[in-house]
Design a protein around this ligand. Structure first.
Ligand SMILES: Nc1ncnc2c1ncn2[C@@H]1O[C@H](COP(=O)(O)OP(=O)(O)OP(=O)(O)O)[C@@H](O)[C@H]1O
Length: 247
């Protein structure tokens, strides 16, 4: 293979190129048109949040990026390469990992089996690393996934996808319904992952959690991005952000 034919590895994109770029994304459930020209990007090493009220289109955006929702138009590039036409398993193979709101874990298998099946890819998180990050998972190693608390299931869902060694982690409301101490533990891991160079696209309704972690925020209203707020502007824009989220 010649050097020219080698695909650029996502994460080693030329300086200034976003890791993920979404342009003019429109998405549909049957006749229902729910995303109306969404534009957003995530730079290498950034944590970016999507915030907005229930039904604003945040989850649909993640599903569209992952190729789980196929009924959509627009451009989606990862590492500068078009991924909009790829089936979801090929999107995942490029280095995107999605933790859905419903926390996809294998409920009948033990925590340990959840962490070992299939085996971690090279460069991905090992079972030992998962146990170091969340020691409670070691203590619960032989419990079936379905018997874990909501917080333990969220931790397990996150470390499961990290076993593939992704470049971009898509998290859908990781703090939802969890006790403050668990939310803090998950926040610490997200910050640690960012320090290691992982990029994160985070859907959140918990503004405190989102503003503590994210470098930038996209505000969704009725299937559109209506505002973008940088970390340094959050204090001055706090009232606007609260208004966007209030029902
Ligand atoms: N499977 C579906 N079939 C039809 N409509 C759907 C489906 N899933 C979501 N919708 C609709 O699409 C719109 C966007 O929903 P989406 O779940 O993306 O919003 P969200 O911002 O993630 O909010 P939430 O936090 O409630 O999930 C809403 O009007 C919702 O009712």
């Amino acid at each position: 293979m010649t050097a020219a034919s080698v695909s650029p590895t996502p994460g080693t994109v030329p300086p200034g190129t976003p890791l993920l770029q979404v342009r003019d994304l429109n998405a549909y459930y049957g006749q229902s048109h729910v995303l109306h020209g969404v534009n957003l990007h995530v730079n290498p090493g950034e944590v970016v949040s999507l915030i907005g009220r229930n039904g604003a289109g945040k989850t649909t955006t993640l599903k569209s990026i992952m190729g789980v929702l196929r009924s959509r138009t627009g451009q989606i590039t990862f590492g500068g390469q078009d991924i909009a036409r790829l089936p979801s398993h090929k999107v995942a193979a490029r280095g995107l990992a999605w933790v859905p709101e419903e926390r996809a874990i294998l409920g009948t298998l033990s925590v340990k089996e959840n962490l070992e099946l299939p085996p971690a890819r090279s460069g991905g998180w090992t079972t030992e690393r998962a146990y170091e990050a969340f020691p409670v998972l070691r203590e619960r190693g032989h419990h079936p996934g379905s018997k874990l608390s909501g917080g333990e299931q969220q931790m397990l869902a996150i470390v499961r996808v990290l076993r593939s060694g992704p470049k971009l982690l898509l998290l859908d409301e990781p703090s939802e319904g969890l006790a403050p101490v668990i939310v803090q533990a998950i926040g610490r891991i997200i910050a640690e992952l960012q320090r290691e160079g992982l990029s994160v696209l985070l859907v959140e309704q918990n503004l405190k959690f989102a503003t503590r972690l994210a470098d930038r925020h996209y505000v969704f209203v009725d299937g559109e991005v209506v505002d973008e707020v940088r970390r340094e502007d959050v204090p001055a824009r706090q009232a606007d952000l609260l208004r966007y989220l209030s029902v």
